[in-house]
Design a protein around this ligand. Structure first.
Ligand SMILES: [Fe+2]
Ligand SMILES: [Fe+2]
Length: 166
C-alpha cells in the first residue's frame, strides 16, 4: 500500500494498532495468570475487557472509512510481547515477577498512548470528528491503565524490595 495521502497514513497506522490490540488480547490472559497479586491480576483481566471494546471502536472507524478492518503486523508490539514472554519464563520470586509484569505492561501502554495520540491527531486533521472522538476515548483508557499500573507499582515494588530483607 502506498502512502500518497494523510488518509493512507491514517489507515496504515489504524491497521498497525489493530494488530497491536489483537496481540495484547492474546497476551493478557497469560499475564493475569502469572500475576500473584490479586489487584494486578484483576487489572489485567479488566484491561482485557477494555481492549476488546477498543478493537470494536477500531472496526467502527474502518467501517466509516469504507475499508476492511485488516490488521498489519505491528512489529513493535511483537517485540514488546517477546520481551514479556521471556520475562515470564524466568524463575522469579512472586513479588519480583509482579514488578516485572507491571514494567512490561507499562511499556505496552506507552506504545498505545503514542499510537492513539497520533491517530486522534490525524483524524482531527482529516475532519473525521467521530473517529477522533472514538480514538480519544481509547487514548484516555490507555492513560488510565497506565496510571493504575503506576499505583500498583508503588505497592508491589515495595513488596519486591522486601524480598531482599527476608
Ligand atoms: Fe489498547
Ligand atoms: Fe492498553
Amino acid at each position: 500500500m502506498s502512502l500518497d495521502t494523510l488518509t493512507d497514513l491514517f489507515v496504515h497506522e489504524l491497521r498497525d494498532v489493530l494488530d497491536a490490540e489483537k496481540q495484547i488480547i492474546k497476551a493478557l490472559p497469560k499475564m493475569a495468570k502469572t500475576a500473584a497479586t490479586e489487584e494486578l491480576k484483576a487489572a489485567f483481566e479488566e484491561h482485557l475487557e477494555v481492549t476488546e471494546k477498543q478493537v470494536e471502536r477500531l472496526e467502527r472507524i474502518f467501517q466509516e472509512l469504507g475499508k476492511p478492518a485488516r490488521a498489519k503486523k505491528c512489529l513493535a508490539m511483537t517485540g514488546l510481547m517477546e520481551e514479556g514472554s521471556e520475562l515470564m519464563k524466568e524463575d522469579a520470586d512472586e513479588q519480583v515477577m509482579d514488578a516485572a509484569l507491571i514494567g512490561a505492561a507499562q511499556k505496552v501502554e506507552h506504545y498505545e498512548i503514542a499510537a492513539y495520540g497520533t491517530l486522534a491527531t490525524y483524524a482531527k486533521q482529516l475532519g473525521m470528528e467521530d473517529a477522533a472522538a472514538l480514538l480519544e476515548e481509547t487514548l484516555e483508557e490507555e492513560k488510565a491503565a497506565d496510571v493504575k499500573l503506576s499505583e500498583l507499582a508503588d505497592q508491589i515494588n515495595a513488596e519486591a524490595q522486601d524480598v531482599e530483607d527476608e
